[in-house]
Design a protein around this ligand. Structure first.
Ligand code: SF4
Ligand code: SF4
Length: 172
């Protein structure tokens, strides 16, 4: 059964401020010593998270972070917008200076976010990074550093880690 309620960002920010450090320490412990069947346990909790999380009342990812655009993403989106990849890059993207030299949005919120209803105007062709975000179903070991950042930015990630902490505490 869905228990979805709109996300109250102010109360989320407050809770995240209080709990982010202990959540990050908890994730660090799991990085060092992951219990057996961790990914399976997470998959069960993730389902609960999505039954409780109304992303359209949040959109904090689209408002405060940038996706990375792969070559395939840029080709697909530019063609959807009847633009050349070059024009698309010029208009909206910048190339990361260091790191992986990824293509990123020039500005936040994302230019494709409709701020009136929090919907993505290119939803069907959005970057793979967006459709996979916040990557809760990926292997925990490969995305734990992302979850550490996102506990204070993404209510879904926060909920997942909160559930993991209470489940693992009760197993002790
Ligand atoms: S994925 Fe996270 S940050 Fe993005 S809209 Fe959903 S809850 Fe909010
Ligand atoms: S492309 Fe769409 S889903 Fe991705 S950040 Fe922009 S508005 Fe959000």
């Amino acid at each position: 059964m869905s228990t979805m309620k709109p996300i109250n960002m102010r109360s989320f920010r407050q809770k995240a401020k209080e709990k982010k450090n202990s959540m990050r320490r908890f994730i660090t412990k799991l990085e060092r010593e992951a219990p057996r069947g961790l990914d399976k346990k997470i998959a069960v909790l993730e389902k609960e998270v999505w039954q409780e999380t109304d992303c359209l009342s949040c959109a904090n990812c689209c408002k405060t972070m940038t996706p990375t655009f792969t070559n395939a993403d840029m080709k697909r989106i530019a063609s959807h917008l009847n633009m050349s990849v070059n024009d698309f890059q010029q208009k909206w993207l910048r190339k990361e200076k260091g790191g992986d030299r990824d293509w990123l949005n020039k500005t936040e919120p994302c230019q494709f976010l409709n701020l009136k209803d929090n919907k993505c105007s290119i939803y069907e062709v959005r970057p793979a990074d967006c459709s996979g975000f916040p990557h809760l179903s990926k292997k925990f070991k490969e995305y734990d550093h992302i979850h550490k950042q996102n506990v204070e930015l993404c209510p879904a990630t926060f909920r997942l880690v909160e559930k993991m902490m209470s489940e693992m505490r009760s197993e002790r």
